[in-house]
Design a protein around this ligand. Structure first.
Ligand SMILES: [Fe+2]
Length: 268
């Protein structure tokens, strides 16, 4: 088991672990250490980009092959590979959130903020591990295909702005996952792949709580900075997010995540 003196150091160790399943393992170890109270809260500047394995090769989003329906095993592997890559990014995003932004909150909020993103990071590590093992049972593995770098590009773009990071990553990109996952689950079931459908269902349920945590801390910042929440959110999206959030929106799941329709109805 890895030994760290504080959470900043531990979060950076996750970010600097290149191999994917090793990253998932260390993320879960750090979460266990945090829950046992073995890590002091602290912040340190994380690397601009996390360490990653040599494969998958990272492509521009526009160079990715178009995602196809879940009818063939090849297409299901492509879908699961894309999801594994999202989950790996999501591990890094959770620990980057802790290392980079905790210091911007008043000290009495540090423990709750860190605990929230530790729980997200732990979920993402579980997701990655489930999807990776499903890929292997379908005869593939993470790294077998190309993957796109859009998520980390969004992270770099918002590295200097805490509110923008919350608006773009959990509240737009992860919320997008809530919009598109139910139809993926239906397609997988329709084609008899109940195991993959089950994994996506677990991910879907967990992601509601991740969007909720992002929304909660966004609202906290809004209050702290005395801004108007919906217009501030939309300003940040206009400045930091390429394009606009795409309808149709999953209103029910977004509502469960504490995100009212006023945040995105302008994009409908
Ligand atoms: Fe996830």
């Amino acid at each position: 088991l890895a030994i760290f003196s504080d959470i900043g150091e531990a979060a950076i160790a996750v970010l600097k672990t290149p191999e994917a399943s090793a990253k998932a393992t260390i993320a879960q170890e750090v979460a266990a250490l945090w829950h046992k109270g073995h890590l002091a809260s602290s912040t340190q500047t994380p690397p601009r980009r996390p360490a990653r394995p040599p494969k998958p090769i990272l492509l521009q989003p526009r160079d990715m092959p178009k995602r196809r329906k879940a009818g063939t095993q090849k297409n299901r592997i492509a879908l699961l590979h894309a999801i594994a890559h999202i989950e790996l990014n999501a591990i890094d995003l959770a620990f980057d959130m802790i290392a980079r932004f905790t210091k911007e909150l008043p000290e009495h909020q540090h423990h709750e903020f860190i605990s929230d993103w530790i729980s997200v990071g732990k979920d993402e590590a579980k997701h990655f591990t489930m999807v990776e093992s499903r890929l292997q049972s379908l005869g593939s593995f993470y790294g077998a295909l190309g993957a796109h770098d859009g998520l980390w590009q969004a992270a770099e773009k918002t590295a200097e702005n805490f509110a923008a990071r919350l608006a773009v990553v959990p509240m737009v990109l992860e919320a997008r996952g809530l919009d598109v996952t139910p139809s993926m689950i239906d397609q997988l079931k329709r084609h008899g792949d109940n195991q993959s459908a089950h994994i996506l269902h677990i991910i879907y349920m967990d992601e509601i709580s991740h969007v909720a945590k992002g929304t909660k801390w966004f609202r906290y910042l809004v209050k702290m900075d005395k801004k108007q929440e919906v217009s501030y959110f939309q300003e940040l999206i206009a400045e930091y997010f390429k394009g606009a959030p795409k309808p149709p929106f999953n209103e029910e799941a977004r509502q469960k995540a504490g995100m009212p329709i006023s945040y995105y109805q302008i994009f409908q």
